[in-house]
Write a protein that binds this ligand. Structure first.
Ligand SMILES: CSC[C@H]1O[C@H](OP(=O)(O)O)[C@H](O)[C@@H]1O
Ligand SMILES: Nc1ncnc2[nH]cnc12
Length: 306
């Protein structure tokens, strides 16, 4: 049954390698946010762009002190959620697994293969078990806005692509890179999972802009990826990324109904633990991410349309 709700979006931006700040924010303020899951990667940058509330988080922290496997993804997503964020735009450096996705190209990812293995992947667990759907991990609504704005400002963007998430921190062997190519993957990186899974559990819409920095190690005509090469291309990509962010925020910030991705109601049919078997400690930790379904209805954070 469709619900009559109006959402005033707050846009969360997660900046990856080479993106540690965003331009043009008004009323800027870096603020630390505490979470029950530990510390986020850094303080969060709060501000407004064209009147739209935004919250920026540098994924690896300013100066990039945190490697992918040590990222506290749960704290990052929880901090964005308790800051009021409704829609997350992830910006990431990635390697290309396809000839037609050269360095400099932006890819609007629509699928993931999660090969990460040393990370906390869920807010739920003993005391409150939930299984959310991940068939469609990103928001097509956000994708439509991002693709349209990329075209308008002349940023070359490929719509759709599968992002292979590897554990890292080492880059892939040639055999691994070839294997992922055979699997039909488009790009490779180390960070979008479990980020996208946790965003879904926290009922936030998620879109991923993957910015190609290299051809990984499979391409005969290109050197194997190095950090220097990634950073050099990312420095060129960053200006385009910042222009794109400026273009999408006023559009993403418009009042709207529920997202077609279903993300905002992901927990409606996901929690399997009987109310009598739920642990109070777990419920306390889930206060921000699952408050909508675990708290009494009158406290729900999304207002009904009048
Ligand atoms: C510096 S190259 C490897 C590093 O860059 C990507 O991070 P992010 O997605 O945050 O831009 C990649 O996933 C690795 O973490
Ligand atoms: N080739 C690559 N592999 C993994 N993560 C990356 N980030 C940027 N390039 C990458």
């Amino acid at each position: 049954m469709s619900e009559d709700v109006i959402i005033e979006p707050v846009i969360g931006l997660i900046g990856g390698s080479g993106l540690y700040d965003i331009d043009g924010l008004e009323e800027k303020e870096w603020r630390r946010v505490e979470t029950p899951w530990g510390e986020p990667s850094d303080a969060l940058l709060f501000g407004k762009l064209d009147g739209v509330r935004c919250v920026f988080l540098p994924r690896h922290g300013r100066g990039h002190p945190i490697p992918p496997s040590d990222l506290n993804f749960r704290a990052n997503i929880d901090a964005l959620k308790r800051s009021g964020v409704t829609d997350i735009v992830s910006l990431s450096a990635v390697g290309s697994l396809r000839e037609d996705l050269p360095p400099g190209r932006f890819v609007l990812v629509d699928q993931f293969i999660d090969r990460s293995f040393a990370r906390e992947k869920s807010f739920f667990g003993r005391g409150c078990v939930a299984h959310v759907g991940m068939a469609d991990p990103v928001s097509g609504r956000m994708g439509d806005v991002i693709a349209a704005q990329a075209e308008r400002i002349g940023v070359e963007m490929t719509r759709g692509g599968t992002y292979l998430v590897m554990e890292g921190p080492q880059f892939s062997t040639r055999a691994e890179s070839e294997l992922y190519r055979q699997w039909g993957c488009s790009v490779i990186g180390m960070t979008n999972m479990p980020e996208a899974k946790l965003a879904r559990e926290a009922e936030m819409c998620y879109a991923s802009i993957a910015m190609v920095t290299d051809y990984d190690c499979w391409h005969d005509d290109h050197d194997s990826v190095t950090v220097d090469a990634v950073v050099a291309v990312m420095t060129q990509n960053a200006a385009k990324a910042k222009a794109l962010v400026k273009a999408i925020i006023p559009e993403l910030g418009k009042k709207r109904g529920l997202c077609s991705s279903g993300a905002e109601r992901a927990l409606d049919h996901a929690i399997i633990t009987a109310p009598s078997a739920r642990s109070p400690e777990m419920l306390a930790k889930l206060d921000a991410v699952a408050g909508r379904v675990l708290r009494p209805v009158k406290e729900s954070h999304i207002g009904k349309a009048t």
